[in-house]
Design a binder for this molecule. Structure first.
Ligand code: SF4
Ligand code: FES
Length: 256
């Protein structure tokens, strides 16, 4: 099949970008979207031109690196699918495809389709961990965990930190990502001792990074390649509310 690509090209973070047209000729329906870009890049390199810069790593839907907006939809709009798992059979011969980077102020474009998503790293560093004294490996059944809690934690832990939720949200909200990380750890007994400080620190860091507020439009859930549920945002709001109440200084009564 033959495709026309309109790709966002931007030299660096300070330069202006623009859409540039390329032809993807004789690509196969069974190729992944990234393999198609590889073929286009081989042609550009052979012609002495600068290849299209894009992020990828695992190419099997688990690392979250392959961030791009395809025809206006983060990850291309196939349910539960990352760009690296998106195949050309979902397009038609002769199609024109527009490819852009994530569009959100906290994710500035570094070059072409690559954005700086280190704001997510800062949020994880603020609380997305469990502090433990390491020692001998505990027995697997030494800490029983209810099946429902294990399932909740597992569903939340599926988040790969790709940032599609932010890119799809009109407010550039990171609530789906942060709520998945907060809920994952809060559901497990190992995560409970630090749960209040965790949610307070992660939400504060999220706000400092400039992500917008959640207005529950659900566009994040619709594009999430791991189908993280909006329910986790409700869980995080409860978690945050309890932490605020327990950690607020007592109100002063009367004058000083
Ligand atoms: S919640 Fe979904 S869309 Fe957002 S970072 Fe995690 S996996 Fe990506
Ligand atoms: S390259 Fe790892 S999720 Fe796509």
């Amino acid at each position: 099949m033959n495709l026309t690509l309109k790709v966002w090209r931007q030299k660096d973070a300070k330069s202006e970008g623009r859409l540039v047209s390329y032809e993807a000729k004789d690509v196969l329906a069974d190729m992944s979207f990234l393999e198609m870009l590889d073929v286009v890049n081989e042609g550009l390199i052979a012609a002495g031109q600068e290849p299209i810069a894009f992020d990828s790593d695992c190419r099997e839907g688990i690392c979250g690196a392959c961030s791009m907006v395809i025809n206006g939809l983060a990850h291309g709009g196939q349910r539960g699918t990352t760009v690296c798992q998106l195949h050309l059979r979902h397009f038609n011969d002769g199609d024109t495809i527009v490819i852009e980077p994530w569009r959100a102020r906290p994710f500035p474009v570094l070059k072409d389709l690559i954005t700086d998503r280190s704001a997510f790293d800062r949020i994880i560093q603020a609380g997305g961990f469990v502090s433990v004294n390491t020692g001998g490996t505990p027995d697997a059944n030494g800490l029983p965990i209810a099946k429902t809690d294990a399932d909740t934690a597992m569903d939340a832990a599926a988040c790969i930190g790709c940032g599609a939720c932010v890119a799809a949200c009109k407010n550039a909200s990171a609530m789906l990502f942060v709520s998945a990380k907060v809920s994952h750890l809060a559901a497990l007994p190992q995560g409970k001792p630090e749960r209040e400080q965790r949610v307070l620190n992660m939400v504060r860091t999220m706000d400092e990074a400039g992500f917008g507020a959640c207005t529950v439009t659900g566009s994040c859930e619709a594009v999430c390649p791991k189908e993280i549920s909006l329910d986790f945002i409700a869980r995080m709001n409860r978690e945050y509310g309890k932490a605020i109440l327990k950690n607020s200084p007592p109100a002063k009564i009367g004058g000083d």
